[in-house]
Design a protein around this ligand. Structure first.
Ligand code: NAD
Length: 440
């Protein structure tokens, strides 16, 4: 089947390349001409493990191509995916649907054949209804008498593990209101069907809500264990053991129970906010999610204060130097959107602390977001002369630092591990003052 993917960012590009790898004929469309130009030259606009090879192989096989021309890209496509951004709207936290609506209008104007239009972007309940209205009101669809269905197919992939997640998903959720939509989606996902990936067919509004409910639940799990971590610090318990102890209960599950600096990234912060707005609009408060958003917001700066504390408090911290290791919101991505590192750095800068940093993939994007931070070429260059070393993101390269070298290069042997990747006893034995999250 020919598939058009409108929006070639983290989700659109990975999904498009994976669909091509399944054997579909995929055109990835983006209005960013330089992104499309680079993709045609085999240069990836994002860092995602394995993506460059996947794109190259499928482009070479003639199954994957790139264009800025939407009309040309969607011609003959049986399924047209919308995978553009839905950021928080400035001011009120609602999901900004202007990109989704713009694509719907453009598709409506250019469509020449029957097609299923699929929202893969994370969109609030009712967006599919609006996309359908836009399409049905478009002159092209009406005048040509085209058959069009609008389907919701939220994406659950994780950045950093996106290809594996897309090809071996826990489930595929499809929200469709008619057989045309369901049949085309079955065809799109046939290769995964054969792989026995569970496919859940539900109503369109239900599907839209599943995505928000999933992200809000995961954000809640993270926030829950973060608060338990704070309590652990007060009562002398170990949060990793608590997480293990509760996670071994199948009803709870062990995932997303890692205490740390709070969730960030391109999804949880904006999706929890958007869910709150939907709940408010429908006069059906989601108080647990409200609390999660508040607790997580204050946590990021609290982690900055933890570092200040390790430097000896506010007075002592002024003029000192910190090495931040890791800036992206999680490892194996270059995504800096809402990364806790931004708030940690801001808190440190507010306290008059100088900051040097190293991140394996995120520094180019991070630099303009964190003008107060001096970017270094490797972890040890950032550590040189530091009064404290702070692990903010758990990239593998930080898991086995040469502690002897760290101690020689740093001004003081202070290590703040916001991801609990070191064993306290080992680091203390190496002569460090060690602080982590929810552990003594
Ligand atoms: P992104 O910002 O990386 O990519 C969006 C792309 O859409 C950009 O390249 C932009 O140029 C393009 N675009 C915008 N308007 C366009 C138009 N009119 N025509 C063509 N292209 C256009 O965003 P993303 O991270 O891929 O997220 C996309 C959606 O998927 C969001 O709704 C997000 O919430 C959701 N999502 C993201 C993830 C993730 O891990 N990033 C996971 C699941 C779901």
């Amino acid at each position: 089947m020919k598939i058009a993917m409108v929006g070639s960012g983290y989700v659109g590009l990975v999904s498009g390349a994976c669909f091509a790898d399944f054997g579909h004929d995929v055109v990835c469309i983006d209005k960013d001409a330089s992104k499309i130009e680079r993709l045609r030259e085999g240069i990836m606009p994002i860092y995602e493990p394995g993506l460059d090879a996947l794109v190259e192989n499928n482009a070479r096989a003639g199954r994957l191509s790139f264009t800025t021309d939407l009309a040309e890209g969607i011609e003959g496509a049986g399924a047209i995916f919308i995978a553009v951004g839905t950021p928080s709207r400035r001011g009120d936290g609602h999901a900004d649907l202007s990109f989704v609506h713009a694509v719907a209008r453009e598709v409506g104007e250019s469509l020449v054949n029957d097609a299923v239009v699929v929202t893969k972007s994370t969109v609030p309940v009712g967006t599919g209804d609006e996309v359908e209205r836009i399409l049905m009101e478009s002159a092209a669809v009406r005048d040509r008498g085209l058959k069009v269905a609008v389907v919701s197919n939220p994406e659950f992939l994780r950045e950093g593990a996106a290809i594996g997640d897309f090809k071996r998903p826990d489930r595929i959720v499809i929200g469709a209101e008619d057989d045309f939509g369901r049949d085309v989606m079955r065809e799109v996902y046939r290769p995964l069907f054969l792989n026995e990936s569970p496919i859940l067919f539900v109503g369109r509004r239900t599907s839209e809500l599943i995505k928000y409910a999933a992200n809000a639940f995961l954000a809640t799990k993270i926030t829950f264990i973060n608060e338990i971590a704070d309590l652990c610090e007060k009562v002398g318990a170990n949060v990793q053991d608590v997480a293990r102890g509760i996670g071994m209960d199948n009803r709870i599950g062990s995932k997303f129970l890692h205490a740390g600096p709070g969730y960030g990234g391109s999804c949880f912060p904006k999706d929890t906010l958007a869910l709150l707005k939907t709940a408010e609009d429908y006069d059906s408060p989601t108080r647990i999610v409200e609390a999660v958003v508040k607790v997580n917001d204050s946590r990021k700066r609290a982690m900055g204060r933890k570092v200040v504390e390790a430097l000896g408090g506010l007075d002592a911290a002024r003029g000192k130097r910190v090495a931040m290791l890791g800036l992206t919101f999680k490892p194996n991505t270059d995504d800096m959107r809402d990364s806790p590192a931004i708030a940690v750095a801001q808190t440190l800068a507010d306290a008059g602390v100088e900051i040097a940093a190293y991140d394996p993939e995120g520094m180019e994007i991070a630099a303009p977001l964190m003008p107060e931070v001096e970017m270094k070429d490797d972890p040890y260059a950032a550590i040189e002369g530091a009064d404290a070393v702070v692990i903010v993101t758990e990239w593998d390269v930080f898991r086995a630092l040469d502690l002897t070298r760290v101690k020689q290069l740093a001004k003081s042997p202070v290590l703040v591990d916001l991801r609990n990747i070191y064993t306290p006893a080992d680091v203390r034995e190496a002569g460090f003052h060690y602080t982590s999250v929810g552990r003594e």
